[in-house]
Write a protein that binds this ligand. Structure first.
Ligand SMILES: OC[C@H]1O[C@H](O[C@H]2O[C@H](CO)[C@@H](O)[C@H](O)[C@H]2O)[C@H](O)[C@@H](O)[C@@H]1O
Length: 640
């Protein structure tokens, strides 16, 4: 049986160490325990229900039958599906317990079934399939007081435990139960993971755990400093980002692998790792909204992971700092909607992507400006990276889009090298006298890179920057040039580039492709076959660029259309198929969510700025900002 509801038909629940996807039919069809990058026990989303699923729904519901309604409980990651049937109404509430006071996170999923009206017969059908659906574990019923317990032991010794106060029947590798719930009655199922050789997670009261989890997320949401008109959207998007911030400080790009960028095609990638680019940008976004603890955790991770061996800098790592992310294909999984291959690991880990230096430096400066004190360890890392980049910046690379075609002199990469020196000089200034010579050298290099980009990355005739030196194609990453301060937003080369991207990379609905995809090998910059959807992050970057060049109304209108691509729960994947009007790619994706949050913030900053000027203000005062942090970008905007 196919489990292919649309990507946007899923909800994310999580505990920050891992996350699960629950679809509208009441099926959990993606779950890796205990960590985001552990082998999935439910991989049904990449195949069929036989690759691992757990469904709780009214008895007799067909595979395509879905709940009447769904929503998150307040500002939490607890999702509730309501089923209204001829016999009555039932709520199924799904969540993962949040961390204890001592920071322990239990690897559990809890599902509470509650009668609202009438009496409804329900069925729970658990098909655990460890190893990404490859294995049928050994199932056994265990005697227990007041509850039945099912154990499912995998070949590697891991055990999945299911507890619930109903009788289970074991059949063909599944554990089923059928029970009737009447108005006011509730029961809870708890699924726990026990790693081989470790003790079984402690039982906890599922109802108390539900209250604690909701409170945990609500308290976190309450710290948000944003008070503007998009508050609900901003909070949901920040919660989604927070769900991807592992307690060890690493941040995954998305909790999934291989949800396709084009249905039925091969652009399927594993995102359950920490990209320096995506993680740095996530941190900048969180800091912008007042969240510093995640930034401190990330710096700790960075110093342990990158600081440990900065000479061999990678562009991405495992959550635990792993360097070896070798790519492999899981040939037993047919893929989401037959989109093969399903990939594990990511060969992009071995690429040279020069932009990551710039994104790191931006995040470190944002964190510093938000009030996190400088440390000698961070300074040392910046110095090592800066010295290293002196010998690398003029190389060709794979760029931020991680092309699998030949390396090029990508303009965005070069600009981000300029950004690195620009922000690194600010980071190290006033620190210690013996840096003066280095900072002078870096200052000269900053000017040299700037001049190099203007001379080789700008097409005078078409009045636009190009994707790479000597190329004619465009790249939506060029929309970031005004945002990072490479040139002022009112520079005609910036305005020309924004307009060229709009002209050449827009989809019919006005969203943006990241670059042109071609099918002939010699034109094919990314080295891949097939095409892809509109890239949501780039579309939000277009809004940002429009705000910065003074076209705020147009930006607001585009933002409204973009936010409508999020699902009913406010979640977004990486891309959007403008024809089918469906989300594409890994889900939910940090890059999309942080871009959405950044644009909401920028629109609000621009609105406040205009209001302040209209009221006769001469300059934009720090106190009017919708957050506690001063960014270079706002300094620039204030001067315009
Ligand atoms: O499209 C080709 C590339 O797609 C993935 O990379 C994209 O996702 C990354 C994580 O969000 C992001 O950092 C990058 O900018 C995106 O292009 C994939 O991970 C790559 O392996 C693949 O080449």
């Amino acid at each position: 049986m196919s489990t292919h509801l649309a990507i946007e038909d899923h909800a994310l629940i999580g505990n920050t160490a891992t996350g699960a996807l629950v679809d509208r039919s009441g099926t959990i069809n993606w779950l890796c325990l205990p960590r985001f990058d552990a082998p999935a026990v439910f991989a049904g989303i990449l195949g069929t229900r036989e690759h691992g699923t757990w469904r709780v729904c009214p008895t007799g519901a067909g595979p395509a039958d879905v709940a009447t309604d769904r929503s998150y409980l307040g500002e939490s990651l607890t999702v509730r599906h309501r089923w209204v049937t001829a016999e009555g109404a039932i709520d199924v509430t799904d969540f993962m317990p949040a961390s204890d006071d001592d920071g322990t996170i239990s690897a559990q999923v809890i599902r509470i079934v509650e009668g609202i009206t009438g009496a409804v017969e329900m069925t729970s059908q658990l098909l655990p399939r460890p190893g990404y659906g490859a294995e049928i574990p050994q199932l056994a019923l265990m005697p227990s007081a007041g509850a039945t317990q099912v154990s499912a032991q995998a070949g590697n010794g891991d055990i999945y435990w299911l507890e619930g106060p109903v009788e289970h029947t074991l059949r063909d590798g599944s554990a089923c139960s059928t029970f009737t719930i009447t108005e006011g009655q509730r029961i809870a199922f708890v699924l726990s993971h026990q790693s081989a050789g470790s003790p079984r997670p402690l039982s906890q009261d599922p109802y108390t755990a539900c209250i604690s989890a909701s409170r945990y997320w609500q308290l976190w949401a309450d710290q948000c400093t944003y008070r503007g008109p998009y508050r609900a959207l901003v909070i949901r998007t920040l919660l989604t980002l927070r769900a991807m911030c592992h307690p060890g400080g690493g941040i995954v790009a998305a909790p999934t692998t291989s949800l396709p960028e084009a249905l039925g095609e091969a652009r399927n990638w594993d995102y359950r790792f920490t990209w320096l680019r995506d993680a740095s940008m996530t941190v900048s976004t969180l800091v912008r909204y007042g969240y510093l603890q995640e930034a401190r955790n990330w710096i700790g991770w960075l110093l342990r992971t990158v600081g440990d061996d900065p000479e061999n800098l990678q562009i991405m790592y495992g959550l635990g700092g792993e360097r070896d992310l070798k790519e492999a294909e899981l040939d037993w999984l047919p893929g989401y909607a037959d989109s093969r291959p399903v990939r594990l690991g990511n060969a992009a880990a071995d690429q040279l992507q020069l932009d990551v230096y710039g994104e790191l430096a931006i995040a470190l400066l944002d964190v510093r400006r938000a009030g996190v004190a400088a440390t000698p360890e961070v300074d040392r890392l910046v110095i090592t990276l800066g010295d290293q980049l002196e010998h690398r910046w003029n190389r060709e690379d794979e760029g931020l889009w991680e092309v699998r075609g030949p390396r090029r002199h990508f303009v965005h990469s070069k600009v981000m090298c300029w950004v690195f020196y620009d922000r690194a000089i600010s980071l190290l200034q006033h620190r210690s006298g013996d840096q003066a010579a280095r900072l002078e050298r870096w200052g000269r290099l900053r000017e040299e890179i700037h001049a190099d980009v203007l001379a080789r990355g700008f097409d005078e005739q078409r009045n636009t920057f190009t994707q790479f030196y000597g190329g004619r194609e465009l790249d939506a990453a060029l929309l970031l040039l005004p945002q990072v301060g490479f040139l002022p937003p009112d520079d005609k080369r910036i305005i020309g580039t924004v307009e060229a991207v709009q002209r050449e990379l827009s989809t019919p609905g006005g969203f943006v492709l990241r670059y042109p995809t071609h099918s002939t090998p010699d034109e094919n910059v990314d080295g891949l076959t097939g095409h892809e959807g509109a890239f949501l992050t780039c579309s939000y970057w277009l809004c940002d660029a429009l705000v910065l060049i003074g076209r705020r109304d147009e930006a607001t209108e585009l933002f409204e259309r973009l936010r409508a691509t999020s699902n009913d729960l406010g979640l977004s994947a990486e891309e959007w198929d403008p024809r089918a009007k469906r989300q594409l790619g890994n889900f939910p994706q940090a890059l999309t969510h942080l871009a959405q949050a950044d644009t909401a913030w920028r629109l609000e900053a621009a609105r406040l700025q205009l209001a302040y000027r209209a009221a006769g203000g001469l300059a934009f005062p720090a106190s009017a900002l919708p957050h506690q942090q001063q960014t270079r970008e706002l300094d620039l905007a204030a001067e315009v």
